[in-house]
Design a protein around this ligand. Structure first.
Ligand code: FES
Length: 153
């Protein structure tokens, strides 16, 4: 509500100030770490899986406020959900749930999408579960991208 914060929705500010599910899961079933080479921010996602359900999710984000808010929101959106649903989480859905992000901050929400996918991919690999690479496009994508609205590539 402060004037200088007007670029950000109340939800973004709330999740930035009081991030949910922060921390480390000891003995996690999957861990995903992703980073944005341009800004240097890093996000780490830990998951616990039982019978295909994400029973617990925690994150550590060394990054900007939008990245922290995005990861916090992402954990809330996938906790208790099947892995298949977690894989469908897009940065756009996270951004919408946050009430929007400024355009130049959309790439921060991409970290959340990538981190979730990376954690699930790690879980699949550890357990030798066959997976369809097309489901992990974002986590397996090696190039830097911002996923702006209407991205063509
Ligand atoms: Fe790096 Fe937001 S500026 S993730």
């Amino acid at each position: 509500m402060e004037a200088e914060m007007s670029l950000y929705s109340e939800k973004v500010m709330d999740h930035f100030r009081h991030p949910r599910n922060v921390g480390v899961i000891e003995n996690a079933d999957g861990v995903g770490e992703v980073g944005n080479a341009k800004c240097g921010d890093i996000m780490k996602m830990y998951i616990k899986v039982e019978n295909g359900i994400l029973t617990d999710v925690k994150f550590e984000t060394f990054g900007c406020g939008s990245a922290i808010a995005s990861s916090s929101m992402a954990t809330e959106m996938i906790k208790g959900k099947p892995l298949s649903e977690a894989l469908e989480l897009t940065n756009r859905a996270v951004t919408e749930a946050l009430g929007g992000l400024p355009a130049y901050k959309l790439h921060c929400s991409v970290l959340a999408e990538q981190a979730v996918q990376a954690a699930v991919l790690d879980y699949y690999k550890r357990n030798n579960i066959p997976y369809d690479e097309s489901q992990f496009k974002c986590a397996l994508c090696a190039h830097e991208h911002d996923h702006p609205e209407g991205e063509e590539e």
